[in-house]
Design a protein around this ligand. Sequence first.
Ligand code: PLP
Length: 460
Amino acid sequence: MTAVRHAASPAAARLRIPPCDHVPRPYTGPSRSEVLAMRRKYTNPAVFTLYGDPLLIVEGHMQYLFDETGRRYLDMFAGIVTVSCGHCHPKIVAAIRKQAETLQHATTIYLHPNFPMLAKKLASKMPKGLDVTYFVNDGSEANDLAITMARLYTGNTDVIGLRNGYHGGSPSAMGLTSHNTWKYPVPGATSIHHAVCPDPYRSAFAGTPEEIADKSADDILGIIRYSTPGKIAAFIAEPIQGVGGATHGAPNYLREAYRITRDHGGLCVADEVQTGFGRTGDHYWGFESFGVVPDFVTMAKGIGNGVPLGAVTTRMDIAEKLTQRIHFNTFGGNPVCMAAGLAVLDVIDEDGLQENSRVLGKRMKDGLKKLMTRHPLIGDVRGMGLMLGVELVRDRKTKEPAKKEALAVLEAAREMGVLIGKGGLEGNVLRIKPPMCITADDVDFTLDVLDRALLAAQRA
Ligand SMILES: Cc1ncc(COP(=O)(O)O)c(C=O)c1O
């Protein structure tokens, strides 16, 4: 059944996925329909799948994923921007295996070298002074903790995030998130405000990206003056919004936002859950492209290459505020996750992944811009390095979101062997954020596939 379901279309037949000598193991687990039936019956229905006909993925090798039939896909979404170095990267797997066989868990109430070693290594990647890390399990927890510390340190309560931002799904991170689609109508976080997004494409302000950035930063000032006691605890932003669709302002935006925040007693949080670890190409951290130094860097996803690992790094004077009560996280600092993190940081340097993101990100973005000249569906191409977004619109003047068409592109690309993601408030932005180990051939193949998928979506 699956072979028929995945039969190559005529368009797919003309395209060849770049070669790879990895041979997947024969799959012997439950059938796809059994897996689907179990999910439908026993798992919370809020846990969704991406495609109309959900994909069963049973093996991964670097930038490739395999389904139960052994069909190979080029993964241009990296497990939602998480598999930074490549699926089952041999060095990372070896580090995890070695640690799991030696000591899987003990908690931080005992000493273990991996915990401070990863903290020390992270400090070596940060601007001076940002050298104290608390490890947690994911990005939502990292953001929760950063906001808690900011409130404790400043004595202020109000927090300003950005419209169209995503910071997680725990009750307080959901409060920071600014998409109605990701918020439940339940009481949760308080004293959180959202300033306008500085991305020029859908801004209500006119002018150059820099002028839009300045006017958008003024909105922060307005919120502070009208909606808070005049002092705030924190400003939080992703340097490039991930779930929001690779949206970001001109570099002067964050500079101005950080200045206004600090003038009003607040601390600045850079949510690097998607932008960190070399993905933006020119720099290791997203905030570096904007010429700012935050007070907190929150991380998850790429730091673990697939193991549950989150972190918040800050200054010692801020971190000390947490000591006034007991704070504990059972798995934060887990030796296996720390071993993975240590290996990930090594691999990013050893395999030259930041440079690969820079070079191939440019190749991809240039190619996408060329596609834009041929496909009226593409309204905007944006992002940095291997964190790219392609916004689809029905009409370039009205910018009506092409939501259905975006889904059609995803489905057609999958049929041709390429997995990409979607985002933006309306779900009309294609998200291209692959493992950073992809090759030029992978980029060219993806561009060919997108060319055909866009044509198919336009015709549908
Ligand atoms: C920028 C950003 N921050 C925070 C989070 C939340 O991370 P997690 O899903 O690991 O809790 C995400 C998840 O997509 C994210 O993209």
